[in-house]
Design a protein around this ligand. Sequence first.
Ligand code: ZN
Length: 264
Amino acid sequence: MPTIGDIVERLEQFAPTALAEDWDNVGLLVGDISWPARRVMTCLTVTPTTVHEALQRKADLIVTHHPLPFRALKSITTETTAGKLLLNLIAAQIGVYSPHTAFDSAPTGINQHLAIGLGLREIVALVRAPGSTEPDVGAGRMGILAEEYSLQEMARRVKNFLGIDSLHIVGDDQLQISRVAIACGSGGSFLPAAIAEECDCLVTGETNLHTCLEAEARSLGLILTGHFASERFALLSLAEYLSEQVSGLETWTSTTESDPLRAV
Ligand SMILES: [Zn+2]
């Protein structure tokens, strides 16, 4: 029977934790590598909804994109949401693993998926990993479109790839886009890199008003898909990868989690 340790090993191959950002908290966060793991659920975030599903469907391990715990905890009590969730998971002997920014940056990680899905060519890291000589190892991605699109057309293509009905853009509809930067999640901090690399647009999940205004001032288009949509799709292929890699493993992607933001 597979153990949590077997799955951790495959995840480490898929998204080496050395690729994670310094501020991040990745790897096995709850559990014991010797615990049996026959049933693995992937999800974007550990929430009351996904914990409920993991308990109902008797998961042995949750592979969550976003870490829980993320910050150092001084107590684990029912006083906090994180404490409640952790107590429930530990009582049921369900482990938690998070690859987070290692998954963003992995050679077949989320940003690479986005770059390929959006039709980019000559894909390289937007911010190369320190000390790496490999152009495609690092955070974010950038590449060139086979043909130029307007910002409006590019936004349509992003919606189509992610299967979403709406998104936000910054910039003129007719802005011509050839060189594209990509940073899943909350990627506003990649704007200076996108400008320095002379990209025409940055596709990210979400950012703040001031980053939007800076993009506008620099005539760089922004496509904001929503944080959830920019990352959630990749948890489906991660579940498939694990079931292919570890024999005797049953995997699925949470069917109950959804974007907490709704357009009304
Ligand atoms: Zn995220």
